[in-house]
Design a protein around this ligand. Sequence first.
Ligand code: G4F
Length: 324
Amino acid sequence: MKRALITGITGQDGAYLSRLLVDKGYQVHGIVRRVALEDPDHRLWRLKPLLKKIKLHAGSLESYASLFNIVQKVKPDECYHLAAQSFVSYSFEDEFSTINTNINGTLYILSAIKHKAPNCKFYFAGSSEMFGNVREIPQKESTPFYPRSPYGISKVAGFELTRNYRESYKLFACNGILFNHESPMRGYEFVTRKITLGAARIKAGLAKELKLGNLDAKRDWGFAGDFVEAMYLMLQQEKPDDYVVSTGETHTVKQFAELAFSCAGLDWKKYIKQDKELFRPAEVNLLIGDSSKAKRVLGWKPKVRFKELVKMMMDEDMRRLKIL
Ligand code: G4F
């Protein structure tokens, strides 16, 4: 039985990836904060259906000792490093903790693997935020990085650490450069879920308006369930490499909102208010990925398209509020 270790297992991607790996017969281990183990109803809700099938270990990205001990104990065959402070907007407010946690956490887990499980295959959750002020359209593996946020900078550092461990210590270490990926399990702080929950709440009579920031930003939004398959496939190849994972379609925040509200039979223009406070000090205006390498080498392509994704998220939020 193969053993997989997932950091960030409590998040959206962690939940989809755990399901995928459990279904493939893996023994799945996850690293979570001790408080999560003490408050499973709130902090482990995404893993609820899987809790009896996976093993959770208390640890922290800030503690090398905790990561070292877990890697030593689990001796994983594959490690998926998903944990991070992943909210771009917050990274402008607390750049220190974002940079510290995201960069050191990646370094610690890589080092622990080098010392205690050198044959373990490693996946790093890189991000399209690394492209930032994009140097070419669409963005592919060879596109230069130009991050526009402390979060983006921390991800570029993690990307380079992963590549360096691959080249210096011969670790099987891969970078996924994942474009935005969403689902009904997305956190409320991200714009897609904020919109779908906001629209559902308005429909249910629980709210009157929804405040958003920049409506013109364009993102390449895919379905998280599809994207975790690409992570898995990267670690099944003969050689470690880096891959862009995206849908190749881009839409504005406004288009997302328009479609989401229309799924609830609402006209978005009546309810969405722009709030300057929600604009970022530096914005990434356009992201659109070219994932032809992932298609060619991994045989991966996205299954869920934009409209289907918006509808899936809207329907689920309306069901949660018992209006569908
Ligand atoms: O949903 P977002 O917060 O996602 P963002 O910043 O693109 O980052 C996400 O995707 C990255 C991959 O590219 C990940 F690495 C990262 O961890 C995260 O998952 O914002 C999307 C866009 C931005 O341009 C933002 O300015 O939506 C715009 N936006 C407009 N109003 C808003 C809002 N974003 C948020 N979160 N909240 C708003 O009210």
